[in-house]
Each structure stands twice: as C-alpha cells, then as structure tokens.
Design a protein around this ligand. Structure first.
Ligand code: EPZ
Length: 420
C-alpha cells in the first residue's frame, strides 16, 4: 500500500490551480443517463471516484471517452440498456446510488445494491427512497438489493425533505425531470453542486427552477438531449489549500475558484486572523499574524461545510487557546482526532463536539487516513509538525485530491509517496 512521507514544510509559497468539483462531477455523470445524445463534460477531475463512476456508466452500455490532457469526457448514450451494475464497483463509492434516480426516470425501474455506509457514518438513503415513492415508485429491499419499480411511470408531486440531504436532492431531481407533471421539492439542499447539476440538466432541455434555494420546481419533459458543460471549481479542494497555506504561514495563490462558494471558509479564516485577498477567480492566503482560536459548527450550505471540518481541526490544534468544533452533519466524523493526538494534539471528543486545546507544537508520527478529508487534515498537520510524518491508507486522499503530491511539491512541500 502507498504511503506519504511528509517533512515539516513551513512558509510554503506558490500557485495552486483548483480542479473541477468531484461532488458536482459525480451527480452530473449519473445524469448523463437521462440524455438521448452526446454529452461533453469539461474540467473533469480524473480521481478514482470519477473513474469508478465512468466504469459504472460503461456497464450499462454508455460510451465514455476520456481526454486526460484536456480534462474532458465525451459521453454517448445511444447504446444504453438497463441492468444491475456490479457490486464490486457500487461498494467502492456511495455516489453509485445516484444512478438510481436517472435509471428510474429513463427505464421506469432499477435494481441496485445498497451502497452501505462508510467511515464517517451510516449514510442512510431513506430520504432518496421517500422521494421515489412519492413519485409513484414501489420499493422492495431484500438481501442488500433495492428494486424500485414505477409500473405506471413517475408522476410529479410535492416532496418535503426532513433534512436537506445533498444526495437525496440530486436523486429526486434526476428522477423527476422526465416525470408527468410538476414536482416541487421543499427543504432541499442548496449546495453549489446542486446548482451545477440543475444547470447541466436545463442545458439538456430540462425545466428546473429554484436551484440554490430551498424549494426546487421540476416540470417533467419528454426527453433530454446533447450538451456541453464545464464543472464548477472544487470549493473543498480550494478550502483545503487555504487552510494549508494558513497553517504553514505560507503565501499561496489559489486560481480557478469561485469566491462566493468559499464564503463560510474565508470568513472563518479571517476570524482566525488569517490574511486573505480575493480577486475574481483568485484567492491569496498569507499570514504572519498570531492566529486566534475559534468555534466551528458544521451546517448545510451556505453554513460551514462538514467537508472542511477535519482540515480546520488540524489548524486549531496548533493555535493557542481552546476551540470547539460541533459536527452536526455526520455522526462519526472525528476519527482524525485520534490520529492528530498521536502527533501531540490535545483534543477531547464528547459526542458531536470536539474540544481542541492548542499546543505549542506537534511532532511527526505514523498516522492513518481514515477517510478523504481526514487524510487531508493529516497532510496539513504533517506539514506543520516537527520531523517526519508517515501517512498510510492514502488511497482515501487520492479519491478527492487530484495530483496532490505534485501540487504540494510545486509550493515547496517536502512530500514523497512510497510504496510498501
Ligand atoms: C454529499 O454526501 C457529499 N458527497 C459529501 O462529501 C458531503 O459531506 C455531504 O454531501 C454533506 O455536504 C457527494 O456529493 C458525493 P447528505 P451525501 O445526503 O449526499 C443524512 C466528501 O468528503 N441522510 O447531505 O451522502 C446523512 O446520514 C464527501 O467529498 C439521511 O438521514 O450527504 C447525513 O447525516 C463526504 N437520509 C446527512 O443526511 C438520507 O436519505 C447529510 O447527508 C440521506 C442523508
């Protein structure tokens, strides 16, 4: 298994170019199932999760041509057919369940294995299924497989989400675009990735209003056609490098971003006394200041994103004073706390809160990436820690950060990948 060896690397300097958003590209790939023609997707982050989703599409007859140089996918669905995709791929990424909505919309039925939970939580799909049922589908769950069947087709309706689930909002939108009549989804997620999916679907001929608000209206249409779409920038990759630049007291220019999507992150960094300069699609982070401890509560967008919680925990671990992080989205998203403690961080976890008492210094140690963002947090800690940090299970990190080793080296980080 590969590992990262990271030596203390402070005052990192240079330019970072952000990729397209993984969490926008995944639902958009699933939505290609709804197209009757050719789809060209640009600014694709060719991460392992994206490659798995491409392989899932190929299993149902969709042609997927990758142009790695131009970070583009050329997709054609003329030979599409409906079948249960292989469990080996489904269990690798939870986002595989995003195939359910478009397959149900296109074929009127779908059979797919339960995606299962992951390190950060049980990850139920009850809200997805509530939406499908409301649209007229019958659901049978047996032996880990979900059979969803809309014998009389899908009929537009009103759906209220008990929680603004990102995935459930995406799946219900995709199930509704070919339904008869209008669907209104209330209390839905407002993340930028939802807005991007809606823009993509509308380009193909869908009639969806309210993207980015808590109420989305979908008027069913007969079919969807060709389109070309560029994925929005990855706000979590950008946020990760912002925190990394602050923690290492560096001076980093981060290009290809949308400042609006980063408001919660940049506001929190300014509260900590980090210097941030925002210009069009560029953010500059630099800071020689003394940082202040802050409290964080993760919330659905536009609140502070749960996907940035681990990275901030690393930063707050070496800021004088006590910070409290309240994780309200996932029930088990503090596993990085024990890994950071191995490096000398002083963190107590009590239920959904972590109490971080800043320490003078942390030191390099052997630690393990437990999930994607926890891995990013350990990279940040490793860059700040005295000595050398060895991070194992780095496949988690490579799921969400394209070419991270090269990007870090380009700003002066002492990092190398070793195969053991
Ligand atoms: C998406 O996951 C993201 N993944 C996650 O990013 C992100 O952390 C999450 O949204 C929250 O922002 C992708 O977009 C591929 P949810 P998703 O449904 O859709 C509960 C990363 O690091 N819930 O909004 O699975 C659920 O248990 C990943 O890139 C139900 O109870 O998130 C959780 O507590 C990690 N029933 C909360 O909602 C449901 O039917 C948020 O889940 C669905 C969800």
């Amino acid at each position: 298994m590969d590992k990262f060896l990271i030596e203390q690397s402070l005052n990192l300097k240079g330019d970072i170019y952000i990729e397209g958003a993984k969490n926008s590209c995944l639902p958009i790939l699933a939505a290609c199932i709804l197209s009757n023609g050719n789809v060209i997707i640009k600014r694709v982050p060719f991460l392992s999760d994206i490659n798995i989703m491409c392989n899932l599409l190929k299993e149902i007859g969709i042609t997927v041509n990758k142009d790695l140089i131009n970070k583009t996918l050329n997709i054609n669905t003329k030979n599409i057919f409906n079948k249960q995709v292989s469990y080996e791929l489904v269990k690798k990424i939870r986002a595989s369940f995003l195939l359910a909505g478009p397959l149900l919309a296109r074929f009127g039925k779908v059979s797919i294995q339960m995606p299962g939970g992951c390190a950060i939580g049980v990850r139920p799909i009850d809200l997805h299924l509530k939406g499908f049922k409301a649209l007229g589908a019958e659901i049978i769950q047996e032996h880990g497989v979900i059979e969803i069947n809309a014998k009389n087709g899908l009929i537009g309706t009103e759906i209220y989400l008990d929680f603004p689930s990102v995935g459930a909002t995406e799946n219900i939108i995709m199930a509704s675009v070919l339904a008869k009549g209008e669907t209104i989804v209330s209390n839905c997620a407002t993340e930028p990735e939802i807005v991007d999916l809606i823009e993509f679907l509308n380009k193909m001929g869908a009639k969806i209003e309210g993207g980015g608000t808590e109420t989305i209206k979908i008027k069913g249409v007969d079919s969807l056609n060709n389109c070309t779409h560029t994925i929005i920038p990855d706000r979590i990759e950008a946020g990760t490098f912002l925190v990394l630049g602050a923690a290492t007291k560096g001076e980093i220019n981060i290009f290809n971003i949308n400042c609006e999507h980063l408001k919660a992150i940049t506001s929190k960094l300014k509260e900590i006394n980090v210097d941030i300069e925002e210009k069009d699609n560029l953010i500059k982070v630099y800071s020689k200041n003394i940082f202040k401890n802050v409290d964080i509560k993760t919330m659905p967008y536009p609140g502070f994103p749960t996907d940035m919680q681990p990275q901030f925990m690393s930063l707050m671990s070496i800021v004088n004073g006590t910070s409290i992080i309240n994780e309200t989205i996932f029930e088990n998203r503090f596993m990085h706390a024990s890994e950071l403690s191995l490096m000398g961080a002083n963190i107590k976890v009590e239920g959904s809160s972590a109490i971080i008492s800043g320490v003078e210094k942390i030191t390099g140690s052997k630690v393990k990436a437990t999930d994607l963002r926890a891995g990013a947090a350990l990279i940040i800690a490793g860059l700040c820690a005295e000595g050398v940090t060895e991070i194992s299970d780095i496949y988690h990190i490579e799921r969400g950060y394209y070419n991270i080793e090269e990007k870090l080296k380009n700003i002066g980080a002492k990092i190398k990948k070793i195969r053991v």
